[in-house]
Design a protein around this ligand. Structure first.
Ligand SMILES: Cc1cc2nc3c(=O)[nH]c(=O)nc-3n(C[C@H](O)[C@H](O)[C@H](O)COP(=O)(O)OP(=O)(O)OC[C@H]3O[C@@H](n4cnc5c(N)ncnc54)[C@H](O)[C@@H]3O)c2cc1C
Length: 181
């Protein structure tokens, strides 16, 4: 994930930057770390749950850091997982514990898949937008601002209560289905 390199490797990349930035680089130690950035955009999981096993956070949907929200997605996942597990285990009626947990985790996966994978692909776009490589916004500051705001609002203005209500509804549906089998 990281590679130790000579500071001189980064100097040409910043040669057109403002003097204060170049001066800052001069003050760095001779050895610096190069960070690789990986995401799961090309390999989205088709489910986050199988039986009594589920993936949450980066294990399920690792993202690049350009939205600054990968950690938040993991926290939202955790909130859904605890709420569906609580619902399923307090309402087992006729099912085994394993069946209830399976239904709960399937509900978690259903509710979280689209949003968390949107973040992975949008975060990739954000990297392009910041570097003026995104064709729809190019180097136009007003277009860039509007695009960043629209995408960020999707993260900031998310209705968490609505998400939990959906998760509980989906969990109930799946518990009923398991009971009928
Ligand atoms: C440069 C950068 C900037 C970021 N900025 C932000 C930000 O501003 N806001 C934000 O919300 N998110 C940000 N993120 C994303 C955020 O850091 C991650 O989404 C978050 O840390 C994922 O949490 P996690 O618990 O899912 O996984 P991790 O944090 O990766 O935790 C997994 C843990 O499991 C441990 N582990 C692995 N294998 C095993 C094993 N076999 N046995 C036991 N333990 C094991 C690992 O050591 C690790 O501690 C950023 C990420 C990067 C790289």
């Amino acid at each position: 994930m990281t590679l130790e390199v000579e500071k001189s490797e980064m100097i040409p990349a910043l040669s057109q930057w403002a003097p204060c930035i170049r001066e800052l680089v001069e003050r760095l130690p001779e050895k610096v770390f190069k960070w690789a950035i990986f995401d799961m955009a090309e390999h989205p999981a088709n489910t986050f749950a199988h039986g009594r096993v589920a993936l949450v956070g980066d294990a399920a949907h690792a993202s690049s850091p350009f939205h600054g929200a990968g950690g938040c997605m993991g926290v939202e996942d955790a909130l859904v997982v605890v709420s569906v597990l609580e619902k399923a285990l307090s309402n087992i009626s006729g099912l085994s514990k394993a069946e209830a947990v399976t239904a709960a985790l399937q509900a978690y996966s259903t509710v979280r898949l689209e949003r968390s994978q949107w973040l992975v692909s949008s975060s990739r776009d954000m990297g392009e937008i910041y570097q003026w490589r995104y064709s729809a916004t190019g180097s136009d500051p007003m277009k860039i601002k509007a695009e960043i705001e629209t995408r960020s609002r999707k993260i900031w203005d998310y209705d968490v209560d609505q998400m939990l209500a959906e998760a509980e509804g989906e969990c109930e549906r799946r518990l009923k289905l398991s009971g009928q089998q």
